[in-house]
Design a binder for this molecule. Structure first.
Ligand code: DX5
Ligand code: ZN
Length: 221
């Protein structure tokens, strides 16, 4: 298992001041950027040009989470835009192995996401191709949703598969992660934690990043 990392999502930050919003979380490991196309999910956010502008000013590297159709064709633009990590959804990729290799060879960390109803077992042999696996803990599309406890067994099974294969793949969770739910995720084996509303609804977002990290580290023991 890797070190605990906290990756705040800017989905619930002030879109008119994104540069200032990322400057409020200097203690974060990554900034999680939720790209939505109004097709894969019923919501619409940023494209590569905005992500590139944000990458230029962000003190923390960008972790793009692409909730977009035709990931095979659209994902490479986010590596070019300057993201250090690019996550595509397996449900939106026709050739996930080829895409992961393309992302890696273009110079970013390659990551693959699973929606709550998508099982991890069919992808056991792909884990070595991935720098990170994202297990969604809400249905993707919106911030501020309730954490789905039904995803915890899948996090445990994913961690067991990673241990079995001895891979260094990080295990990220995204959706409803807060001071209340982060311990369950850490105990189940997650090591990278996205938190959107929990961080940006706090008076001091960077202090919340530190508090989340401390709680996850405690849970790991
Ligand atoms: C949901 C996004 C999440 C979202 C998390 O589709 O992928 O990254 O911003 O927000 P919270 O932490 O509020 O659930
Ligand atoms: Zn996300």
């Amino acid at each position: 298992m890797g070190e605990i990392q906290i990756t705040p999502s800017i989905l619930n930050s002030d879109f008119a001041r994104l540069g200032e919003e990322v400057a409020r979380i200097p203690g974060a490991d990554w900034v999680h950027v939720d790209v939505m196309d109004n097709h894969f999910v019923p919501n619409l956010t940023f494209g590569p040009a905005m992500v590139e502008a944000l990458a230029r000013v962000s003190p923390v590297p960008l972790d793009a989470h692409l909730m977009i159709e035709d990931a095979d064709r659209n994902a490479p633009a986010y590596v070019e835009a300057g993201c250090g990590s690019v996550t595509f959804h397996v449900e939106a990729a026709k050739a996930p192995v080829r895409l992961a290799r393309e992302i890696r060879s273009a110079g970013a960390r390659a990551s693959m996401a699973l929606k709550p109803a998508t099982p991890v077992e069919p992808y056991e042999d792909l884990l070595a191709e991935l720098d990170m696996l994202l297990i969604m803990t809400v249905e993707p599309g919106f911030g501020g949703q309730r954490f789905l406890d039904l995803c915890l067994p899948k996090i445990r099974r994913a961690r067991a598969l990673m241990d079995k294969h001895g891979v260094e793949t990080w295990l990220q969770v995204d959706g409803g992660v807060s001071l209340e739910t982060i311990e369950r995720c850490a105990e189940a084996g997650a090591d990278v934690f996205v938190a959107g509303s929990a961080v940006y609804s706090a008076d001091d977002p960077d202090a919340m990043v530190a508090a989340l990290r401390a709680r996850a580290e405690e849970a790991r023991g």
